[in-house]
Design a protein around this ligand. Sequence first.
Ligand SMILES: Cc1ncc(COP(=O)(O)O)c(C=O)c1O
Length: 404
Amino acid sequence: MCGQEQKYVADAFDTNWLSSVGPNIDAFEQQMGERLGNGVAALAVSSGTAALHLILRYLGVGDGDRVAVSTLTFAGSVFPIRYLGGLPVFIDSERTSGNIDSQLVTEYLARAAKRNELPKALIAVHLFGQHCDIDAIVAACDEYGVPVVEDAAESLGATYRGRQTATTAPYSILSFNGNKIITTTGGGMVVSRNEIALQRMKKWATQSREASVEYVHRELGYNYRMSNVLAGIGRAQLTVLDDRVAARRRIAARYRDGLMSIPGVSLQSEAPWGTHTRWLTVMQIDSMIHELTPTDIVRSLDAQNIEARPVWRPMHTQPVFAHCEAIGGKVAESLYGEGLCLPSSSSLTEADQNRVIETVHECLSDGLRMEATWRQMQRVDALRAKRNHSTSQFDHIAAQNARV
Ligand SMILES: Cc1ncc(COP(=O)(O)O)c(C=O)c1O
């Protein structure tokens, strides 16, 4: 928290605006719209998952409808598809950022169109604070009339070609869960330029109560509005968003300085199209070089009272989605198998971070001694050459940009 939250929360108590209407909600929505720019407006709701549920319902997703979605994400990106009876189609990642692979999206849509199996919508997730290549995805989807939803739950503060995240597709969601870059302890937003859609979703989020004195309901609704108390926390948090992004980027830079000397360790790179907020710093550990898995390292850090997390386990490997279609998946699986989210809280001190860096060094230098034989290093070089040849999307984009 930044210290200003209590003032807005106290206002809510003093004025007795404690429920799902009130000045904090109005101001938080207004200020978020202004902050994001590009003509968008915001609807404050109880979670990012609720926001996505409302959008998918608005887009008409129902029983048996396909919805394409990034496979490397948190379950909250996918569950709302199932709430509506839809069928997720999981799309693999590109290797450099882990975000949805735009080339795969293009190929998948062409095949789906031929079979008359186009998805009702596509959800593009911006993973760990980095924007996906959304223009390429929107262009591919526009060709087939498939609406794009941005899942910007993890990317508030990130930019894409001069635009703020959550303004680059017709519908977007934000999350203010406790672990996000700014928080209301729990909460989310729908963001869109479509005022009619926002009004409709607002009604559904308030139990679909009709505008009459009596309690009349003509359609199903949900209790999804954000409370005026929590919106007060959000108002204060929004004022420190830029500071939070700067702090997280400093933390990532320090990890880079402290960890890059370890062979086979890399940090997620920053795409040429915008600012990565480094909501979470993701470290990749080359499994050809290191015996230890990310889970081993999470456990070793945990033994030192340091909280790290594995990368999201891809959704196409989740038991709950075992019956669902997947387009590729091996890249996401390898990013999961070799990835680790380091402690990235903006309140992390330099001393805290030094302790993380030292512990990672200790774990990995032990593993390296066991594994790094000359024969193995040769195998690694060959594999790496093959991988770099086929998958560095950012290099490809950088080369394109250089030609322009
Ligand atoms: C990518 C992504 N999508 C959706 C969600 C769901 O947001 P919420 O927790 O606010 O429901 C989260 C995380 O919380 C997330 O990380």
